[in-house]
Every structure is written in C-alpha cells, then in structure tokens.
Design a protein around this ligand. Structure first.
Ligand code: ADP
Ligand code: MG
Length: 233
C-alpha cells in the first residue's frame, strides 16, 4: 500500500537548511494499524505530510498503491488525495459554521455526490461513530471527543484506502482518547489501513506495529501485541 525508499527531506529558510528526514525506509501493507512515535521535532508530522501529499520530498521514492508520488502538480495531488487518503488532525479541523453532517458530507461534495445522497451518507457515517443525535449540531456545540468523531466520520466518508492521523488524541483527555482509539481500532478491524502519529506510549500500544523515529531516522520498527480498547459511545 505504502512503499518508501531512502526518503530525504530538508526545509530551507533563507540560506539555512534543516535536514529533517534522513533516509527513511518503510512500507505498510493493506490492513495495518501503525503508530509512528518519536519526541517533538523528530520529523513525525513531516513524514505524515509527505505520505499525505501535503508536502514534497527531496530524494528517494514514495509509492502509494503502486503509484509513484513525486513532483505532482497541485491538481494531481488533490485528485490522488481525494481518491486515496483520509486525514485526522489533533485540532479536528472542522468548519465551524457547518453542521456535523455538512462537515462529514464535504468529501462527498468534492466527489460530485448530490445533496440528498450526501446527507443520507453523512448521517450514516455519523451514526457509525455514535453521533446520530448530533447531526444538525455545529462544532462548537460538541465536546472535543465528539468533534474528533465527526472528523473521523468525515475522513471515512471519502472511503480512503489509507487513513492518516496526526496526534488524533493530542487535544483530548485520556478517557476520550481511548474512545477515539476504540473507534480507530474498529475501523481498522474492518480492514482499513491506518497510520497514527503519537508521542504517547499507551496510544501507540493500541496499534499493531510501532515505528520509532529519532532525529529523522527510524530507530526501531516492531510488531506489538495490540492493547484493545472498548468504546462506550
Ligand atoms: P514532529 O511532528 O515529530 O514534532 P516535525 O516533523 O513537525 O516534527 O518537525 C521536524 C523539524 O522540522 C522540527 O525541527 C521543526 O521545527 C522543523 N520544521 C517543521 N516544519 C517546518 C517548516 N515548514 N519549515 C521549516 N522547518 C520546519
Ligand atoms: Mg508533529
């Protein structure tokens, strides 16, 4: 599904250059649930942004579903993103003036699905994350955990091949974090490939494999016994 070979990335600002990813080799098969761990500044978000086609890289190669992702123009990148990827962010990134169902229906809008079908499908996705009673509510009427569940429903609405989550529990208390991870486990149980960036050890152990990044290199990559969490939603 994902194949990365000797990937390098530097950020250039003025005359200085910061070498952030220093030869990453990494592959992910369909159906995996992978945690990417590492301390702040180790390059986790940089790697996830490259995987998500939100940013480019300097050297090496990245194949997603056997397509080489390199030097894509913005239109092509957007097309591949819509086709392949779903995103979940620490800060939820919901649109504040749109209701829960409207937020979830956005990827369907970009796919050209009509309004009636969009609403039906958005409500079904919200139902699957336990938010049926909240479909007409605005984000500011929802708790943090509920907002993240809306964001997960939105990511799923595009039926992505891969779900990329950057610190999805970073803004949540531990009970709510576990609920979000229970949902991520459920989605992975259904066969979805998911990558979760986290710096929390307990969250990483709710995945099936842990990749440790340190100073832009992978220092360990291990299969772990998954700690299961139950959702009370
Ligand atoms: P992490 O997500 O592991 O905390 P990041 O990938 O966000 O780490 O950042 C890795 C390093 O790259 C940090 O030193 C950070 O300051 C730097 N960095 C991140 N994004 C940019 C950018 N857009 N421009 C310049 N430097 C950046
Ligand atoms: Mg980060």
């Amino acid at each position: 599904m994902i194949e990365i070979k000797d990937l390098h990335k530097s950020y250039r600002t003025g005359s200085t250059s910061l070498h952030v990813l220093k030869g990453i080799n990494f592959s992910v098969k369909e159906g995996e649930l992978v945690a990417i761990m590492g301390s702040s500044g180790s390059g986790k978000s940089t790697l996830l942004n490259i995987l998500g086609m939100l940013d480019g890289y300097d050297e090496g190669s990245y194949h997603l579903d056997n397509v080489l992702i390199k030097d894509l123009n913005e239109t092509k990148a957007a097309n591949y993103r819509n086709k392949f990827l779903g995103f979940i962010f620490q800060s939820f990134n919901l649109i504040n003036y749109k209701t829960a169902w409207e937020n979830v229906s956005l990827p369907l809008y970009y796919q050209g699905v009509g309004r009636k079908e969009r609403k039906e499908r958005a409500i079904a996705y919200l139902d699957s994350v336990g938010l049926k009673p909240w479909v007409e509510h605005l984000p500011n009427e929802l708790s943090g955990g509920q907002k993240q569940r809306v964001a997960i429903a939105r990511a799923m609405a595009a039926e992505p091949k891969v779900l990329l989550a950057d610190e999805p529990t970073g803004a949540l208390d531990s009970v709510t974090s576990h609920e979000v991870m229970a949902l991520i486990q459920k989605i992975n149980d259904e066969g979805r490939t998911i990558l979760v960036v986290t710096h929390e050890e307990d969250i990483a152990h709710m995945c099936k494999r842990i990749v440790h990044l340190k100073d832009g290199v992978i220092v360990s990559d291990e299969v772990v016994e998954q700690q299961r969490v139950e959702a009370n939603v």
